[in-house]
Design a protein around this ligand. Structure first.
Ligand SMILES: *[C@@H]1O[C@H](CO)[C@@H](O)[C@H](O)[C@H]1NC(C)=O
Ligand SMILES: *[C@@H]1O[C@H](CO)[C@@H](O)[C@H](O)[C@H]1NC(C)=O
Ligand SMILES: *[C@@H]1O[C@H](CO)[C@@H](O)[C@H](O)[C@H]1NC(C)=O
Length: 311
């Protein structure tokens, strides 16, 4: 008798326990539980607060491995400029919004590899005979060396060019043109329209500008590179017709549009994918886990190139 009554009440007891745990979990998320989730950044109110942060799984030695040749005395063009701390300081500003903190540690590591893959490819001075191969030369530059023009679009009234200021490529995901310096400067609360040189003088700001681009949709109702990568985005029917699916390929579509995408298997695209895959290997995630829809060879651009934040 006793036994069977206990057995009968066991499911009820479990139900109560589960309900209590769920309530506690909900409360924890609501209050942010700042003490238990202190991760070294201002995270109260963020639903990513208690998750692994970038410094938990991406250490200084790994940054050194990814960008092993950036201080090479004979070949690097920005020796001494880029460092781990600048990346971490900039990243911390975006972790409360999900950068590197969405979906658990593996997704976080992949997002860091993806973001840095773009950075590495865009700042590389690698060539096949260079030490370590062509993928070992990310963060070799912090600005465009021989600009062919000053990248001033006088027709832009919102962000007019400032007299005597040049808007050539600078930063971790190089920024070109007055209007791009204008909108990104507004995003990171720096006067980049008057002082674009900040992106080649301050590595923290250079990373901040790049992560802002990664995290920010270029148009209302469009996803950010972050969104398409971490699974925050559901393609519409139009997206599917345009061959745009979640994955690394769509991040290239958002950042570069038809300058890189929809042109088949071109080198300019493949070198970005290669950097991402190489960094996954170096970080121990493995390039086999790079995910589906790696390239954008067949994708129609989200926006035509004149509307992209690239030259
Ligand atoms: C936090 O991490 C867990 C796994 O560790 C993951 O399942 C969850 O989605 C993450 N939270 C958010 C808000 O991404
Ligand atoms: C770089 O910019 C950040 C953010 O404005 C600032 O805190 C830092 O002091 C700057 N670093 C240098 C070396 O100027
Ligand atoms: C659908 O895609 C086409 C081609 O990319 C584009 O011209 C059109 O504006 C899109 N429609 C919507 C509703 O987004």
């Amino acid at each position: 008798m006793r036994m069977s009554r206990a057995a009968a009440s066991l499911p009820l007891l479990l139900l109560v326990v589960v309900a209590l745990l769920a309530a506690a979990e909900a409360r924890r998320h609501k209050d942010g539980d700042e003490k238990a989730c202190d991760k070294g950044w201002e995270c109260s109110g963020s639903r990513f607060c208690c998750n692994d942060t970038i410094t938990d799984y991406f250490k200084a030695y790994q940054f050194e491995e990814l960008f092993a040749n950036r201080n090479d005395p004979s070949l690097a063009h920005a020796a001494g400029f880029w460092d781990y701390q600048a990346f971490i300081t900039a990243a911390a500003l975006f972790e409360p919004r999900g950068f590197g903190t969405t979906g658990g540690k593996e997704v976080g590591m992949k997002e860091v590899a993806a973001f840095l893959g773009h950075v590495g490819a865009k700042t590389s001075c690698g060539y096949s005979v260079a030490t370590g191969g062509p993928l070992a030369w990310g963060l070799c530059y912090n600005h465009e060396l021989s600009p062919s023009q000053s990248y001033c679009d006088n027709s832009n009234e919102l962000y007019p060019c400032v007299e005597g200021v040049e808007y050539y490529g600078r930063g971790a995901l190089p920024v070109y043109w007055n209007y791009n310096y204008g909108v990104i400067g507004q995003g990171i609360k720096q006067d980049l329209l008057n002082h674009p040189e900040l992106l080649e003088q301050n590595a923290t700001l250079a990373f901040e500008a790049a992560i802002w681009r990664w995290m920010t949709p270029m148009k209302r109702k469009q996803p950010s590179a972050h969104d398409v990568f971490v699974g925050n985005w559901k393609p519409t029917k139009n997206d599917t017709l345009s061959k745009r699916y979640p994955g690394f390929g769509a991040t290239m579509n958002i950042l570069y549009g038809d300058l890189i995408c929809g042109q088949g298997s071109i080198d300019k695209m493949n070198v970005i994918v290669s950097h991402y895959r190489h960094y996954l290997d170096l970080m121990g995630v493995g390039s086999d886990n790079a995910g589906d829809n790696l390239d954008c060879a067949d994708q129609v651009a989200f926006n035509p190139s004149s509307k992209n934040l690239d030259s």
